[in-house]
Design a protein around this ligand. Structure first.
Ligand code: UDP
Ligand code: MG
Length: 327
């Protein structure tokens, strides 16, 4: 039975880190929730270097049910890496990600898929009635979500909710680094995906401990800067650095001009005028910025050309592109 499996239509990806008490009940809940799902599906648990009995539990589950696969990391690489590993392995046309701590409700999976089928590429869960501590969780989350929405221009209420449903081609085209799984809706929207959100159930954590502290807000801000930069300038970094460079160099020349005016009209010689230092500083900084931009341009070319990466994403090609001409 184990060898011949139909190709799954749906893949459920679940990162788990020290969730020994949660994986078994979660697996039961998912099978229960999907018992009337009409297509084959797979569940992919990614163990993110747990130090408790999570890997053993996963071994047992995989033996019990051939639809379950598990990736066991050698070390704790983080939730984003775990999600990436799951996405890489996913075979389904539809992919759902969710937390492994049972705070997301498997009963929502079919509802998300229903909305996805209405013509969306990504459906984000919105934990409107979030069951977490107010000061350490909910408040920072509200601020972070507003900030991300404002900077990225993609308005989703709950970037941090792992419960999301994706079309395969969207998630396979997004590469995640650091803790950037939170920015998936923004990335997806930038590559042309149709994104929407829906309220989902959220439950208090019954077992195990949360893995994050309030310090994550700093990481979110730094990630946000990276994401914004990559989105706007990843194929033309010279525009970013070059603009700064030109403004600085220009200001430097202007300041230099002022020192000249002060010399000819007010008799203030340059060795007695501190403005000249500012002028020199600005010009040097400006030239440096332009140089950094040029270096970044070289890097971007190496990045794209060495891996044969495209700077665009095609939805479909209409008509014949490889025409065989008669001799
Ligand atoms: N997680 C992970 N690696 C980590 C931290 C967390 O795989 O380094 C998993 C964790 O097991 C859980 C999910 O990511 O399934 C969300 O973590 P948590 O519940 O601690 O986050 P919170 O709900 O507090 O935002
Ligand atoms: Mg949680």
């Amino acid at each position: 039975m184990k060898d011949v499996q139909p190709r799954p239509k749906l893949s459920i990806v679940i990162p788990v880190y020290n969730e020994e008490e949660n994986v078994d009940p979660l697996f039961e809940e998912i099978t229960q929730a999907l018992r009337y799902y009409e297509h084959p599906y797979e569940i992919i648990f990614v163990d993110d270097g747990s130090t408790d009995r999570t890997p053993q539990m996963l071994h047992q589950i995989c033996q019990r049910d051939p639809r379950v696969k598990s990736v066991i990391f050698r070390s704790n690489f983080g939730q984003t890496a775990a999600l990436s590993a799951g996405f890489d392995l996913a075979l389904g046309d539809l992919v759902v990600s969710m937390d492994g701590d049972r705070q997301n409700d498997p009963a929502d999976i079919l509802m998300l898929l229903g909305i996805l089928n209405q013509g969306y590429d990504l459906v984000c869960g919105w934990r409107r009635k979030r069951k977490d501590a107010f000061l350490s969780r909910k408040l920072p989350s509200v601020i972070a979500n507003r900030l991300i929405a404002l900077v990225t221009g993609v308005f989703v209420h709950d970037y941090g909710c792992t419960l999301k449903a994706y079309k395969r081609e969207i998630i396979k085209n997004i590469k995640l680094y650091g803790e950037m799984h939170r920015f998936i809706p923004a990335y997806a929207s930038w590559i042309g995906a149709k994104v929407t959100e829906v309220e989902v159930n959220h439950r208090p954590r019954e077992a195990g401990a949360s893995k994050y502290s309030i310090l994550r807000i700093f990481k979110v801000i730094l990630d946000l800067i990276t994401v914004k930069f990559l989105c706007d300038y990843s194929t033309s970094p010279i525009y970013f650095f070059g603009t700064f460079g030109m403004i600085l160099t220009g200001s430097g020349f202007l300041t230099g001009l002022i020192t000249l005016i002060e010399k000819y009209y007010h008799g203030v010689w340059v060795h007695k005028n501190p403005l000249i230092l500012l002028a020199i500083l600005l010009v040097i900084l400006g030239v440096q910025f332009i140089m950094i931009g040029l270096l970044a341009e070289i890097l971007i070319r190496t990045y794209h050309e060495s891996q044969n990466k495209k700077t665009y994403l095609v939805k479909e090609i209409i008509g014949q592109t490889r025409i065989q001409f008669l001799p």
